[in-house]
Design a protein around this ligand. Structure first.
Ligand code: PMP
Length: 380
């Protein structure tokens, strides 16, 4: 996998139906039809910080309607160009305003994390241990000990749910340990939440690590993406949720963020924000959307169970339980680079060199073929 992540872009992480097709969510089609007929809409610029109804609905979705931080009026949402744009805002802010220069990313992580922080001027890019090949779980001791070595002015990117690429998330107890070390070492946390709802099918549950930090008094940022849970990949819609100390700090962060936005994309685009906001602010449409999110998550979970049972039935050497227990779109299969090469060259099944597959690439008509291919490369 390249450091830039650019060469891996063709393996992008999009949902596919059981027919292998992209899915435009029906609720999105409904609001797009309404928008097409709405004579009050125009193409005027949005405010620099974005569409207000969208920003407010986004932070509520993440933190919960009755979050203490929202009641205290110390949460800021800044509309961004996808989740990537939100990460970039965080990186620029920490570099330009507070002169941070060190960022920790998980090993492995999404291919763009390092590059975005580099582009903001961070020169000290470090990894913390995460994936343990032996247990196919998290190397907690390694992770905590790496974070304990963090110098002052460090940022850490944590995947809030559905870790990309491993599919392995900390338990609540492990989140507490991670949070404690960040507090102890004064590490600034960026929670990257690109898959809210797609891990368990429950939007609230998938936000629990973020909410734990709020409940425990952390000041931190969370980068939200609506690419996956709304299927709005090319609309580039995201939000940076900033949980601040108080209202005064929130207003200061806002004015600095507006300067940063002005210099990157000047002001944000309308269409995706309008769709997300129309759904999240409508009590009927939000129910419909939550069902769609569950449809996506359930299909992924079913593919996990089916692949596991196929491999077990074939007697494929090794323990395949991790395929069932990992969450979200991705699975770290544990295939080594030679096996991956054989999957690609001999069986034309495409995956990252690290052995990551997109579970949505599996369908009821190709799952037997994929299981047999895995079986073959393992036994070869
Ligand atoms: N973070 C992670 C972990 C991701 O997997 C992705 C997208 N693959 C993003 C952020 C960026 O999302 P977006 O496409 O909305 O920019």
């Amino acid at each position: 996998m390249s450091d830039s992540g650019i060469s891996d872009f063709k393996y992008h992480s999009a949902y596919r139906t059981d027919e292998g097709k992209p899915w435009v969510l029906p609720v999105v089609q409904t609001v797009e039809a309404q928008m097409a007929d709405d004579p009050t809409l125009n193409h005027e610029y949005l405010p620099v910080a974005g569409l207000e109804d969208f920003r407010e609905a986004s932070v509520k979705l993440l933190l919960g309607e009755d979050s203490r931080a929202l009641v205290d009026n110390r949460v800021l949402g800044i509309q961004s160009v996808g989740g990537s744009g939100a990460i970039r805002l965080c990186a620029d802010f920490m570099k330009k305003i507070f002169s941070y220069n060190t960022v920790y990313v998980s090993n492995p992580t999404w291919g763009n994390h390092k590059g975005i922080f580099e582009a903001s001027g961070f020169t000290d890019i470090r990894e913390y241990k995460y994936w343990c090949p032996k247990t196919k779980g998290i190397d907690m001791d390694g992770m905590l000990s790496d974070l304990r070595g963090a110098p002052p002015k460090s940022v850490v990117i944590l995947h809030a749910c559905a870790h990309n690429p491993t599919g392995v998330d900390p338990t609540m107890d492990q989140w507490k340990q991670i949070a404690n070390v960040c507090k102890e070492k004064n590490i600034f946390i960026l929670m990257d939440i690109a898959y809210q709802g797609l891990s368990t099918g429950d939007l609230e549950k998938d936000a629990s690590a973020v909410r734990y930090l709020v409940d425990n008094g952390f000041e931190f940022f969370a980068s939200q993406s609506f690419s996956k849970n709304f299927g709005l990949y090319n609309e580039r819609i995201g939000n940076l949720c900033c949980i601040c100390k108080d209202t005064d700090a929130k207003m200061k962060v806002k004015s600095q963020m507006e300067i940063i936005v002005r210099r990157i994309w000047s002001n944000p685009s309308n269409h995706g924000a309008r769709i997300v906001s129309s759904v999240l602010n409508n009590s009927n449409l939000i129910v419909e959307w939550k069902e769609h999110v569950k449809t996506i998550a359930d299909r992924i979970i079913k593919m996990r169970k089916d692949l596991y049972s196929r491999l077990t039935a074939l007697g494929t050497p090794g323990d395949w339980n991790h395929i069932r227990t990992q969450t979200g779109m991705f699975s770290f299969t544990g295939l080594n680079p030679l096996q991956v090469e054989r999957m690609i060259k001999t069986h034309h099944i495409y995956m990252l060199k690290q052995g990551r597959i997109n579970m949505c690439g599996l369908t009821s008509s190709n799952i037997d073929y994929v299981a047999q291919a895995i079986d073959e490369v393992i036994k070869t």
